[in-house]
Design a protein around this ligand. Structure first.
Ligand SMILES: [Mg+2]
Ligand SMILES: [Zn+2]
Length: 148
């Protein structure tokens, strides 16, 4: 049976934002984000991170550094009782005009290929109306913008 999903932004939503976050010393996880993800997980939602990471193709950090940071974040979330089902990331610069860079919806389309998702009843959460809010409006699904 199709499952609802919580599509959640990473930088500025789960962890404190920093310019092109990739250094573990900058990794600070917000308690309220943990609490929100836990609540959705308990309600049966898939927990899916969708994150723009143009710092990769801008050459600010490597794909490997991205994974080190991401794996540490996932580990800290797991320690707090949150299991993330999948992370999608866009490594492209805006000029590459890809379909996955938010507010485009490519990462969510990919998630819908990988999982059986009840998209109508899914939720997008983030810290930017021009990103996650815009995606919610394109998909005509609920979105929640956290004020940081
Ligand atoms: Mg953000
Ligand atoms: Zn992309």
């Amino acid at each position: 049976m199709a499952r609802k999903a919580l599509f959640i932004d990473r930088d500025g939503t789960i962890n404190r934002d920093c310019p092109y976050c990739h250094d573990l010393k900058d990794l600070y996880v917000y308690d309220d984000a943990v609490q929100i993800m836990k609540e959705y997980e308990e309600k049966g939602y898939l927990i899916i991170i969708i994150t723009n990471q143009s710092g990769i193709n801008r050459g600010y950090f490597t794909e490997n550094e991205f994974h080190l940071f991401q794996n540490e974040l996932l580990k800290r979330l797991k320690d707090k009782g949150v299991n993330v089902d999948k992370t999608y990331y866009c490594p492209h610069r805006p000029e590459e005009n890809c379909n996955c860079r938010k507010p485009n919806i490519g990462m969510i389309q990919k998630a819908m290929e990988d999982f059986d998702i009840d998209i109508k009843n899914s939720v997008i959460m983030g810290d930017r109306d021009d990103m996650e809010g815009e995606m919610g409006r394109k998909l005509r699904i609920e979105y929640i913008i956290l004020k940081r």
